[in-house]
Design a binder for this molecule. Sequence first.
Ligand code: NI
Length: 138
Amino acid sequence: MSELARFSVSLEADLLERFDHYCSEGKFATRSEAIRQLLREALTDEAVSGPAEDAAGTLTLVYDHHRSGLPEKLLELQHRHGTLIVSTTHVHLDHHLCLEVLILRGQADRIREAAAELRGLKGIRKGQLVLATTPNIP
Ligand code: NI
Protein backbone atom coordinates (compact mmCIF):
# COMPACT_ATOMS: atom_id res chain seq x y z
CA MET A 1 0.00 0.00 0.00
CA SER A 2 1.34 3.43 -0.88
CA GLU A 3 1.89 6.19 1.63
CA LEU A 4 -1.19 7.96 2.92
CA ALA A 5 -1.77 11.50 1.71
CA ARG A 6 -4.21 13.99 3.20
CA PHE A 7 -6.32 16.61 1.51
CA SER A 8 -9.20 18.81 2.63
CA VAL A 9 -12.54 19.09 0.88
CA SER A 10 -14.98 21.99 0.92
CA LEU A 11 -18.63 21.21 0.40
CA GLU A 12 -22.08 22.49 1.25
CA ALA A 13 -23.35 21.69 4.76
CA ASP A 14 -26.42 19.84 3.46
CA LEU A 15 -24.28 17.71 1.16
CA LEU A 16 -22.02 16.83 4.10
CA GLU A 17 -25.09 15.90 6.14
CA ARG A 18 -26.26 13.56 3.35
CA PHE A 19 -22.76 12.12 3.10
CA ASP A 20 -22.65 11.43 6.85
CA HIS A 21 -26.01 9.68 6.56
CA TYR A 22 -24.57 7.62 3.67
CA CYS A 23 -21.54 6.74 5.85
CA SER A 24 -23.66 5.58 8.77
CA GLU A 25 -26.10 3.65 6.54
CA GLY A 26 -23.15 2.00 4.81
CA LYS A 27 -21.50 1.19 8.16
CA PHE A 28 -18.27 2.81 7.06
CA ALA A 29 -15.80 3.08 9.93
CA THR A 30 -14.80 6.61 8.93
CA ARG A 31 -15.56 9.24 6.29
CA SER A 32 -12.13 8.49 4.82
CA GLU A 33 -13.08 4.85 4.31
CA ALA A 34 -16.29 5.84 2.51
CA ILE A 35 -14.43 8.33 0.31
CA ARG A 36 -11.72 5.78 -0.52
CA GLN A 37 -14.34 3.29 -1.66
CA LEU A 38 -16.28 5.87 -3.69
CA LEU A 39 -13.08 7.06 -5.37
CA ARG A 40 -12.02 3.51 -6.22
CA GLU A 41 -15.42 2.82 -7.75
CA ALA A 42 -15.30 6.01 -9.78
CA LEU A 43 -11.72 5.45 -10.92
CA THR A 44 -12.02 1.76 -11.76
CA ASP A 45 -14.14 2.44 -14.81
CA GLU A 46 -11.61 5.04 -15.82
CA ALA A 47 -8.74 2.61 -15.23
CA VAL A 48 -10.30 -0.07 -17.40
CA SER A 49 -9.85 2.07 -20.45
CA GLY A 50 -7.58 -0.18 -22.48
CA PRO A 51 -9.98 -2.26 -24.59
CA ALA A 52 -7.78 -5.36 -24.44
CA GLU A 53 -7.10 -5.05 -20.73
CA ASP A 54 -7.96 -8.08 -18.59
CA ALA A 55 -10.98 -7.43 -16.45
CA ALA A 56 -13.55 -9.15 -14.29
CA GLY A 57 -16.95 -8.02 -13.21
CA THR A 58 -20.56 -8.69 -12.44
CA LEU A 59 -23.62 -7.92 -14.47
CA THR A 60 -26.84 -7.70 -12.47
CA LEU A 61 -30.07 -8.04 -14.40
CA VAL A 62 -33.65 -7.71 -13.19
CA TYR A 63 -36.36 -8.68 -15.66
CA ASP A 64 -39.86 -10.03 -16.12
CA HIS A 65 -39.56 -13.56 -17.42
CA HIS A 66 -43.09 -13.37 -18.86
CA ARG A 67 -41.87 -10.82 -21.39
CA SER A 68 -42.30 -12.50 -24.75
CA GLY A 69 -39.08 -14.04 -26.03
CA LEU A 70 -36.86 -12.48 -23.35
CA PRO A 71 -35.70 -15.65 -21.52
CA GLU A 72 -34.83 -17.26 -24.88
CA LYS A 73 -32.88 -14.19 -26.04
CA LEU A 74 -31.02 -13.99 -22.72
CA LEU A 75 -30.08 -17.65 -22.96
CA GLU A 76 -28.94 -17.33 -26.56
CA LEU A 77 -26.77 -14.29 -25.77
CA GLN A 78 -25.26 -15.99 -22.73
CA HIS A 79 -24.30 -18.99 -24.87
CA ARG A 80 -22.84 -16.69 -27.52
CA HIS A 81 -20.67 -15.03 -24.85
CA GLY A 82 -20.10 -18.28 -22.99
CA THR A 83 -16.30 -17.95 -22.86
CA LEU A 84 -16.67 -14.70 -20.88
CA ILE A 85 -19.24 -15.93 -18.39
CA VAL A 86 -17.71 -17.66 -15.40
CA SER A 87 -20.92 -18.19 -13.45
CA THR A 88 -24.55 -17.15 -13.25
CA THR A 89 -26.97 -17.07 -10.35
CA HIS A 90 -30.69 -16.81 -10.87
CA VAL A 91 -33.22 -15.93 -8.17
CA HIS A 92 -36.99 -15.92 -8.78
CA LEU A 93 -38.01 -12.75 -6.93
CA ASP A 94 -41.76 -13.17 -7.33
CA HIS A 95 -44.26 -14.56 -9.83
CA HIS A 96 -42.92 -12.23 -12.56
CA LEU A 97 -39.50 -10.88 -11.69
CA CYS A 98 -36.14 -12.60 -11.92
CA LEU A 99 -32.77 -11.43 -10.60
CA GLU A 100 -29.77 -12.74 -12.44
CA VAL A 101 -26.13 -12.05 -11.57
CA LEU A 102 -23.45 -12.98 -14.08
CA ILE A 103 -19.76 -13.11 -13.24
CA LEU A 104 -17.68 -12.22 -16.26
CA ARG A 105 -13.98 -12.40 -16.95
CA GLY A 106 -12.01 -11.51 -20.07
CA GLN A 107 -11.03 -8.51 -22.15
CA ALA A 108 -12.66 -5.31 -20.92
CA ASP A 109 -14.12 -4.38 -24.31
CA ARG A 110 -15.62 -7.84 -24.82
CA ILE A 111 -17.20 -7.76 -21.34
CA ARG A 112 -18.65 -4.30 -22.02
CA GLU A 113 -20.00 -5.46 -25.37
CA ALA A 114 -21.63 -8.58 -23.89
CA ALA A 115 -23.10 -6.56 -20.99
CA ALA A 116 -24.48 -3.94 -23.38
CA GLU A 117 -26.21 -6.59 -25.48
CA LEU A 118 -27.69 -8.35 -22.45
CA ARG A 119 -28.97 -5.30 -20.62
CA GLY A 120 -30.16 -3.74 -23.85
CA LEU A 121 -32.78 -6.44 -24.42
CA LYS A 122 -36.42 -5.36 -24.28
CA GLY A 123 -37.92 -6.12 -20.90
CA ILE A 124 -34.76 -5.73 -18.82
CA ARG A 125 -35.83 -3.56 -15.88
CA LYS A 126 -32.35 -3.04 -14.47
CA GLY A 127 -28.92 -3.85 -15.83
CA GLN A 128 -25.77 -2.83 -14.03
CA LEU A 129 -22.20 -3.75 -14.88
CA VAL A 130 -19.50 -3.46 -12.23
CA LEU A 131 -16.06 -3.86 -13.75
CA ALA A 132 -12.62 -4.21 -12.18
CA THR A 133 -9.21 -4.67 -13.71
CA THR A 134 -7.31 -7.89 -13.03
CA PRO A 135 -5.04 -9.08 -11.62
CA ASN A 136 -4.15 -5.80 -9.89
CA ILE A 137 -7.61 -4.75 -8.81
CA PRO A 138 -7.30 -1.15 -7.56
NI1 NI B 1 -36.77 -16.55 -12.43
